[in-house]
Design a binder for this molecule. Structure first.
Ligand code: GLN
Length: 321
């Protein structure tokens, strides 16, 4: 990764400051006690192009947990290990329009089959399918793939993990329901441990941008010059990000921003910008975007991060449609 002074960095700094005050409209996630302690006014962005050039602005040295962004990587990992058809027998690819932690549809639609891997029910199912004979082995499988994407060692934030583990009543309820209807590939507590630990993996905005870069490049890591996962898996993942990645805001996000993206309740947003959508930007051969702004709205998306991304996508004509 090359860190260069780009003339556009000044724009980026100005845009971060323009959107930082939007944080007032939201709050840090409070159902995970450790996340509530974060500073809601932080805002950071990194954009990394296929040539390895990085542009960043704002509070870029901060680290945070992946939360729901991990659902994307776990899904890719399960497809690599088990094959796409095995995974899709256990989790569907339909958006719900419900909140990410909703339980209501588990009894409709092929009773028990989760609608998609980007909501908690689908993600817990996916985590149960990851290769490994224990929660630690399954977690290691996900972390290894992530480390290849970002090019550095990653760790689980134990404080965030413990804080969520102790308060995860709703995710426990979802996991027990999935077990009852036959959609879990391992014991309930093992699947939950993998899921909650993958959510607590600590990253920074550059890591998010690298993940977005590889997904946007159809699984090809342009800096390592290596295909990490198949094009088919990448295409399916991008389709899921477009239709379900921003929870029950995905429709508006696709309509008015038009990028495959995934958010997390930590305030993280990852966007994958393929080359055809970035030809008019300073990253004409594709890029990954990572944003962190911990104040979130009721849906669970960063209240400063989404408008910042919208502004950049509009200014630089980034839209896959
Ligand atoms: N760990 C969080 C949960 O399961 C992740 C949710 C999210 O980021 N939307 O509730």
């Amino acid at each position: 990764k090359k860190n260069v002074e780009h003339q556009n960095s000044q724009f980026l700094e100005a845009w971060v400051e323009q959107f930082r005050p939007y944080a007032k409209e939201g709050n840090c996630a409070n159902y995970i006690p450790a996340l509530e302690l974060k500073n809601p006014n932080e805002l950071a962005i990194s954009i990394i192009g296929s040539d390895g050039i990085e542009m960043k602005a704002g509070d870029t040295t901060n680290t945070f947990t992946l939360q729901s962004v991990s659902k994307v990587v776990a899904f890719i990992s399960a497809c690599m290990d088990r094959g796409m058809s095995y995974v899709l027998e256990r989790v569907d690819v339909e958006p719900t329009g419900d909140t990410y932690n909703s339980i209501v549809r588990l009894e409709s639609h092929e009773p028990g089959k989760p609608f998609n891997p980007m909501i908690n029910a689908g993600a817990i199912t996916v985590s149960s399918m990851i290769s490994g004979n224990s929660s630690q082995e399954k977690l290691d499988t996900i972390i290894k793939l992530l480390e290849k994407m970002v090019g550095k060692k990653l760790i689980v934030n134990e404080e965030v993990y413990k804080s969520e583990w102790e308060t995860a009543n709703r995710n426990r309820a979802i996991a027990y329901f999935l077990m009852d209807s036959g959609y879990l590939d391992c014991e309930v507590e093992e699947a939950l441990e993998v899921y909650l630990k993958q959510c607590a993996i600590e990253v920074d905005v550059s890591d998010l941008a690298m993940i977005g870069l590889v997904i946007g490049n159809d699984g090809y890591h342009p800096i390592l010059k290596k295909q990490l996962f198949s094009k088919e898996v990448a295409k399916l993942t991008k389709a899921l990000m477009v239709t379900c990645g921003m929870y029950n805001f995905s429709g508006k996000f696709a309509a008015f921003i038009g990028l495959p993206a995934k958010s997390g309740v930590s305030g993280a947003i990852l966007a994958a910008v393929p080359s055809h959508a970035s030809v008019h930007s300073p990253f004409p051969t594709g890029c990954g975007i990572g944003i962190y702004g911990p104040a979130i709205d009721e849906i669970g998306n960063s209240v400063a991060g989404v408008p910042l991304l919208k502004h950049i996508a509009t200014e630089w004509n980034m839209n896959i449609f």
